[in-house]
Design a protein around this ligand. Structure first.
Ligand code: IPE
Ligand code: IPE
Ligand code: MG
Length: 254
């Protein structure tokens, strides 16, 4: 019944729009959190200030998603291509998980949130990994919202690795060629065990996927917001979900 924990008659107080249909909440919401740098530049601040403000938005949106019974919230936090950025910016981004978790882990535990990481550990500094792994470990038995950080994640690499895994399994005789199917690939993706996203939101006005969950987004509803990520709030999440609820998902049928 976690779905309705703040709902009955309390939508207004929680800022949840009355029209939101509680029987049609996307199970998995994924967000490409973009625009931190432009948010900062517009204010004459260093890019790091934008990333810091973006962290506050993560908190707001996580609470909002949890309130309406979203089951998985995937947040694209650092891509395999983001290593191309200047060293000081990368260093700052690698500090944010620690900072976020130092502030929020207790509340996440209290809210029964389960933290998960999708992405490669290789290359991520020990101090960053330590914080994330501690959060994953301390929340592993939680049964509420799955807060999935896509960190050092890229979809092409993910699919390539899955293909390698399949080829190996065929070579070793563990799988026959005929047995290779969608499930064999999916079980080898970083997102194994998670449902595909129902809704993808990208902020900042960019209308592209930037190597995020290319396989998993096959039938996902896409919503692009012109807001920079640090300006994104619970009300914007609810608006996006209202739009999602107005869409007709056909999955190739009629
Ligand atoms: C998103 O904001 C955060 C990450 C990619 C880590 P950006 O840093 O990409 O912000 P813009 O796109 O330069 O405004
Ligand atoms: C996508 O944003 C990656 C994350 C939000 C972590 P980018 O800012 O890296 O994407 P591009 O380079 O504009 O496509
Ligand atoms: Mg960007």
């Amino acid at each position: 019944m976690s779905q309705f924990k703040t709902w009955f008659g309390k939508k207004k107080e929680a800022g949840i729009p009355e029209q939101l249909d509680e029987t049609n909440i996307p199970k998995h919401v994924a967000i490409i959190m973009d625009g931190n740098g432009r948010w900062a530049r517009r204010r004459g601040l260093p890019r790091a200030a934008g990333h810091h403000a973006g962290m506050k938005a993560i908190k707001r949106v996580t609470v909002a998603a949890d309130n309406i019974g979203v089951e998985v919230l995937s947040l694209y936090s650092f891509s395999t291509e983001n290593w191309k950025r200047p060293r000081d910016e990368v260093d700052y981004l690698m500090k944010l998980p620690q900072e976020f978790l130092a502030l929020e882990l207790d509340e996440l535990i209290e809210k029964n949130v389960r933290v998960r990481m999708t992405g490669w550990k290789e290359g991520v500094p020990a101090h960053t990994l330590g914080a994330v792994e501690e959060a994953v470990e301390k929340t592993k038995n939680n049964t509420g919202l799955i807060l999935n950080f896509a960190f050092n994640y890229g979809s092409r690499m993910e699919m390539m690795e899955a293909v390698r895994g399949i080829v190996k399994a065929v070579q070793s005789g563990e799988l026959t060629l005929e047995q290779v199917d969608e499930a064999s690939l999916e079980s080898r993706l970083q997102t194994a065990g998670l449902p595909d996203p129902d809704l993808l939101i990208r902020t900042s006005g960019e209308r592209r996927i930037s190597n995020f969950m290319l396989w998993q987004l096959a039938y996902t509803e896409l919503i692009f917001s012109d807001l920079y990520w640090p300006d994104f709030s619970d009300e914007h999440l609810y608006e996006a979900i209202l739009e999602y609820q107005s869409r007709n998902r056909r999955f190739g049928g009629l």
